[in-house]
Design a protein around this ligand. Structure first.
Ligand code: AMP
Length: 501
């Protein structure tokens, strides 16, 4: 099987992947990343849990990392559109993780919070913008976001976006995209309307379908059990005696919880291993292997440790604790019911976990059915501190993280003239052979140390436009060579600093 080392990614990205213990690309990554690195458009039929975020994030980061240019106020170079704020945040976090050794700015834009912090981040400049459609349009209309510097457009979860009624917004956004761009399009399903949209958006895409056969949340039998905290362990043990459990993954919120559950199961002669972040990589691998080879019946895991784990034959997923991040629920339960096999996902919920449960049900768009003999508790749902911290103002403007590592304010001395990097702000010249020649202002400068006095607009116009865009504001357009093969015949590997070429 292919290894990440076989993919031509820049070293800072490889290092970040190694930190995350990513070794083998998932199928969607193996199939899309090389094509996306070449500049091809991609149509990916894939759902959450397949590794699709890295499939689009890594090529974008690789490109921007090689380009090594300053972020331009209000003009992102990559735009990722996601249907929900939660997904946008998650995607933003993935960009931060995979791009942690690159000096790139990531901005987030979504509704439900005041726009001030988001606008400030945009004014400072962000390489990558992750957005939900409504707020994006809003800020575009106010002039805070212009898409004429865009190289890459990603549409994530297109079908969900359509289901949520975003199609008109989406069409308006698409009208504003520069003609010459790379587009990466992801959708779990491709009904006719989505196909139509994809056809409009993509040129000669590489088409990848990794939706596992018959694997969907709807095929997994979900059950909800209201339990007191003190009863959880006994309820868990009972499941093993009452139900036909071949192999189970039990998810706990904490590492301590994982250890405790493992020990209690072992005491009841139910063979178990635990994997979590406090265990060494070797210990985790050993535990995983034992579980994979069916030598133990149960794997107790925290979300982080269970990332990317794909094991056939898991008949049960048990959420010992309700996940605080609703998306985790989908990831977790997707670990059963693989390849069309029968899967059962049981979630334990205490009274103070009900607000998290409600968030999950909102996300999946349905209520989790109650297990046998279960009754809905009465009384109001109290939002716990934990839940408030997660979805409340704490997240607000997480775009503020854009400077990564708290460096967001650096380089913020944007003496921008006019509306954000006005005309001539980014005239650059790259030799077709790949040298980043002639870039004004010392392209080697980290993006965060930029000084934008006068918008940097004084540079001479040495850029060679390889794009022929017709959208308004062309005077402000940077001269970005196309990465689209067959259009301007300049592919990504003609890009600056590409090793060995
Ligand atoms: P996604 O489908 O992008 O939401 O990813 C699902 C989960 O798989 C996330 O928790 C990722 O961190 C994890 N993941 C993605 N790619 C890999 C990989 N190649 N190896 C291990 N874990 C991965």
């Amino acid at each position: 099987m292919q290894n990440f080392n076989d993919i031509d990614l820049i070293e800072p990205i490889r290092r970040a992947l190694a930190d995350e213990n990513y070794e083998t690309p998932t199928p969607i990554q193996a199939q899309t990343i090389p094509a996306a690195l070449e500049g091809d458009d991609v149509l990916g039929c894939a759902q959450t849990g397949t590794g699709k975020t890295a499939a689009f994030a890594l090529p974008i980061l690789d490109y921007l990392g090689r380009l090594n240019e300053k972020a331009i106020p209000n003009r992102p170079m990559a735009l990722v559109l996601a249907p929900t704020r939660e997904l946008a945040i998650q995607i933003g976090e993935s960009f931060e993780i995979y791009g942690r050794y690159l000096k790139l700015r990531i901005a987030l834009v979504f509704g439900g919070v005041k726009q001030g912090a988001q606008v400030r981040t945009l004014n400072q400049g962000a390489h990558v913008l992750v957005a939900t459609p409504g707020r994006l349009l809003d800020l575009m209309e106010q002039g805070y976001i212009k898409l004429n510097e865009l190289d890459t457009f990603v549409l994530d979860e297109a079908d969900r976006m359509m289901d949520m009624g975003f199609m008109p917004d989406l069409k308006r956004i698409i009208r504003e995209l520069p003609h010459d761009r790379q587009s990466l399009f992801f959708s779990a399903t491709v009904p006719p309307k989505i196909r139509e949209l994809a056809e409009r958006l993509l040129t000669d895409p590489v088409s990848v379908n990794v939706t596992p056969k018959k694997k969907s949340v709807s095929l997994i039998e979900q059950q909800l059990m209201y339990v007191d905290r003190a009863e959880k362990i006994q309820t868990l043990v009972d499941i093993f005696s009452d139900q036909q459990v071949d192999q189970a993954i039990v998810f706990t919120r904490t590492k301590r919880g994982a250890n405790m559950v493992m020990q209690r199961l072992e005491r009841k002669r139910i063979s178990a291993v635990a994997i979590h972040g406090n265990k060494s990589q070797n210990a985790r691998q050993r535990a995983l292997l034992a579980f994979r080879e069916n030598k133990v019946q149960v794997m107790v895991a925290t979300d982080v440790a269970a990332r990317g784990i794909d094991i056939e034959g898991v008949t049960h997923v048990i959420n010992y604790d309700v996940p605080t991040d609703p998306e985790s629920y989908v990831h977790r339960i997707g670990r059963t019911g693989r390849a069309g096999a029968q899967g059962v996902a049981i979630t334990f919920c205490t009274t103070d976990e009900r607000s998290e449960l409600r968030d999950i049900e909102r996300l999946i768009g349905s209520k989790i059915p109650l297990g046998e003999g279960q009754q809905e508790p009465t009384g109001p749902i109290v939002k716990t501190k934990k839940a408030q911290g997660r979805s409340g103002g704490g997240r607000q403007g997480s775009s503020g993280r854009s400077g990564r590592g708290g460096g967001g304010s650096r380089g913020a001395s944007s003496g921008r003239s006019g509306s954000g990097g006005g005309s001539g702000a980014r005239n650059r010249k790259r030799s077709p052979s790949g040298g980043s020649s002639g870039r004004r202002g010392g392209g080697s400068g980290g993006v965060r140390s930029e000084s934008r006095s006068g918008g940097g607009g004084a540079g001479s116009s040495t850029g060679q436009s390889a794009r022929s865009r017709s959208s308004e504001g062309s005077s402000a357009q940077a001269k970005r060579p196309s990465r689209r093969p067959g259009k301007n015949a300049r592919k990504r590997n003609d890009r600056p600093n590409r090793s060995g070429e």
